[in-house]
Ligand binder design. Sequence first.
Ligand code: ADP
Ligand code: ZN
Length: 750
Amino acid sequence: MVNASLDKRPPARKPESAGRPRVAVLLPLPFPGPFDYAVPPALADLQPGDIVSVPLGRRTETGVVWDPAPALPPEFTPPPMKPVADGRLKPVLTRLDQPPLPGALRRFVDWVAAYTLSPPGMVLAMALRTAATTPITPATGWAAAEAPPDLRETPARRRVLDVATSDGPLPGAELARRAGVGAGVVRGLADAGALRAVVLKPAPPFATPAPAYCPPTLGDGQREAAQSLRDLAGAGGFSVTLLEGVTGSGKTEIYLEAIAACLERGRQVLVLLPEIALSAQWTGRFARRFGAEPALWHSDLSPRLRRVTWHAVAEGSARVVVGARSALFLPFAELGLIIVDEEHESAFKQEDGVTYHARDMAVVRARMDHAPIILVSATPSLETLANVGAGRYRHLALTARHGGAAMPAVRTVDMRAHPPERGLFLSPVLTEAMQATMARGEQAMLFLNRRGYAPLTLCRTCGHRLQCPNCTAWLVEHRARRVITCHHCGYQEPTPPTCPSCHAEASLTPIGPGVERITEEARATFPDARLLVMASDTLPGPAATADAVAQIARREVDLVIGTQIVAKGWHFPHLTLVGVVDADLGLGGGDLRAAERTVQLLHQVAGRAGRAEAPGTVLLQSYCTEHPVMQALVSGDFASFMRQEAEQRRPGFWPPFGRLAALIVSADTPEAADATARALGASAPRGEGMQVLGPAPAPLAILRGRHRRRLLLRARREIALQPIVRQWLERVAPERGARIDVDIDPVSFL
Ligand code: ADP
Ligand code: ZN
């Protein structure tokens, strides 16, 4: 969806004004742009990118010396801020001893801000985090010094001096440990002048991956694709390539070769994964190929590791970074290649704070760094396919699974013809297949994209439904934890013993299944099976996930039951049956991409089956087996399905054939929400090729106690939405207690 080109650079320096020398400094705060500061003589050589501290009101803030004018296409450029008169200009206080923010990253920050209509400081905040502003304090070590003549020698002191002479300089604790003495002995020697302090050079935190460490032997279909990617990565320069191939065809294997070529060229690599839970298996595979672990980047890093990684990326000692979408904002010194794995995943869309689509922004970042980017998927998004169709992206396809493994046979189970027993959710067709699979010593998996025991609890006596007090949402029972909880705001309370409304006893009834309930059913049906549940709330973090995956690979499990976490790119060699409990689940709701997303998700789940010698089977439980989504999954003909999808979206200018911007009003009261939404509706932009839908209550009409309304601006592809939305917002003042959030290229319509 991103199509503006930005290769022209503006002059690097602020135009000399007649008065005092000044620089623009962007602060990581929600202001409309950078502020001017005076340059004191001692800092006359300040450069864009330098990290500085400046006064702001009575506080001191850390910011970045910014380029005088953002290098944006004119229709994106925000209106200039009023310049401050010389006399009121405050000075830059200091320049921090930090690597500067590279020019490509600064341009990227400006671009993302302009594209998403966010304050540039909020985008900068993502690039700085706490990382850049806190220096890594170098450790002190102790080395032996010329011993003073009056030094009192003891055996313990002698040992310390011997170790310091042979192994020093060493940190105090390490020196004491090796000499087998207490810390006091080292301190005493230092005080006496027999040890001198030395600033230790930190060891590079990341080992260097070796491109030639363990290259694969590629299969016939793979060699050509790998060579083509190697050529791209080896030559450098901006290009976008879609690497498409069925699950298990070796896409990862092949893009690792592109990484090798980029490393040979002496450039850094960024790999974006939709979810960091996947990183454990990925880093293991990377280490086997390159003999070193990549650097990891995600929101759960410890503050220290975050700082160390940020600096290692800036200095170039971290050669390969694998991370979640926020890794896009790292200060790469010499970025030479970006990979976006599972490019179709909606997890790449960040929904809060600055809303951006990491796949689309990765393409922009690649352009700024003049680097190739590879988008990888078994089921590419319609957006990416449209770009391929229009000739903007290259296309490489792998058509067969590696090593001759067959694609799993996908069949539907018509739930109307083969219903489960009353109160149960698994059709006899599915349970019989599970029975046979486990009897052969193979593994089976059940997939249901719903956490907890039941999505809805109602009272059989009065009909009351347990609802979140803060959201328009049902409370979901989690039986194992004995709570009911809201999956939108996190509200939670103990499961009530009686109906909160009519106080009837034993009248609350779970409606519909979640994974917990399916687990209960499976346990009753297969009492001897070794069962493992994989859901984001039962697997706290990547380590637990990796452990579960390893258990499955070691065949310590017969039956896996999971939510979408099991759908990810895992390799389970002994898994031959996948049962999708509710294949229709994602089709409701009328979301623009509901069908596309269901096909992508279920194909991904199906891809877990039969990845080794034994062939796999996938059974889709559905009440509408004739639906095009089910038919596409059964035939495996996604190209036709996507062509049909395209033909449905094209006439109405729905993405990717048109552009969307959502405006979300949220307010303390329904009145403020309505008034603001009405005001937006009344001053909606009008014009050829565009249309405003709404205002309408959001499906999540109340979220975290805030009342929500939505408007949707739809326009032809050639119309840039940003200036239209910016002017629209300028015409409307939100009511007290109301705010308006903008979501360009929305993915969620809740
Ligand atoms: P994809 O990313 O397309 O799902 P992978 O790259 O994960 O496929 O490959 C699937 C499996 O096949 C992995 O276990 C991988 O190690 C193996 N594989 C793929 N290509 C090769 C190859 N050329 N040599 C050895 N193993 C391979
Ligand atoms: Zn809630």
